[in-house]
Design a binder for this molecule. Structure first.
Ligand code: ADP
Length: 265
């Protein structure tokens, strides 16, 4: 039986006069690892924050597990876990102390808290780093720790905003393997990125968001086939510099790019 975990109908959000989400629709089945792809400014963070109940939309419906929800209900919804794009600083705590703090905030005490911390640190392969100070860990390890923290409340729908951004291939792979394990445990996961090829390696389904509209969504194979059939971008440059490549990358165009007669600088 198909269970729809998340359904969004006609979601709109405007900042001043700028329409960031424009009658957006989306449906995600239970157990999907859904990749939300779109260039910077497409509205991914706004959408994720609305689902997490951190932002009020101007219009539209967000249904969780078949039930209409208000923003406030989602903010405290036991089934929803939100992991922001975290680049902030960390207090002077070890990995274990950090997890202990959030585990207690979730109401766990004594043996239950210890079990919860150990289980989640093992899940993200960080148990061996439990005595290390968070501040000095790499970004990839911090992201895994954030994920472990997010899992304390045992959410069924996980919202991960750009968790692989700025990570090297190995750290991305670590995140990918953890997400696969979580999917096998029945979690529904939404992960955002501006890079299709990054998410296509790990997701079961992809949605392409552009200018606040979901242009298409479907199984990853279908989306990749569509991308292959799309006319490739063929450009002749005399010089390819880093800022141009960065621009193309940030607009998710680099995958489709053919460069003729170019000398990368
Ligand atoms: P993405 O995550 O896809 O990069 P965002 O949801 O962060 O996109 O932003 C979408 C658009 O909304 C961008 O043009 C951004 O500048 C604008 N925006 C985001 N937050 C605010 C805000 N608090 N006030 C005004 N504009 C905002």
């Amino acid at each position: 039986m198909v269970i729809i975990m998340l359904e969004i109908q006609d979601l709109s959000k405007e900042y001043d006069t700028h329409m960031v989400l424009d009658s957006m629709k989306l449906h995600i089945q239970k157990g999907e690892l859904f990749g939300l792809v779109g260039p910077n400014g497409a509205g991914k963070t706004t959408m994720i924050k609305i689902i997490a109940g951190l932002l009020e939309p101007d219009a539209g419906l967000v249904m969780i597990d078949g039930k209409r929800t208000t923003t406030k209900e989602r903010r405290t919804h036991a089934k929803i876990g939100y992991m922001p794009d975290y680049s902030g600083t960390y207090p002077n705590l070890t990995v274990y102390e950090y997890m202990d703090f959030y585990t207690q905030m979730n109401g766990y005490k004594g043996k239950d808290a210890k079990k919860k911390i150990e289980e989640n640190l093992e899940l993200v392969n960080l148990y061996s780093k439990k005595e290390e100070y968070v501040d000095v860990l790499s970004r990839g390890i911090k992201q895994r720790l954030c994920l472990a923290r997010c899992l304390i409340s045992e959410p069924e729908l996980l919202l991960l905003d750009e968790p692989t951004s700025g990570l090297d291939p190995r750290a991305r792979n670590d995140i990918r393997m953890i997400l696969n394990t979580l999917r096998e445990k029945g979690k529904t996961i939404i992960i955002s990125s501006h890079l299709l090829h990054d998410l296509s390696k790990m997701c079961s389904h992809i949605g392409i968001l552009d200018k606040g509209k979901m242009i298409t969504q479907g199984p990853v194979e279908d989306i990749l086939q569509m991308e292959e059939q799309a006319k490739p971008l063929r450009i002749r440059f005399t010089e390819v510099n880093a800022s141009l490549l960065k621009f193309l990358d940030s607009h998710a165009l680099i995958n489709n790019l053919t460069i003729d007669g170019a000398q990368a600088t």
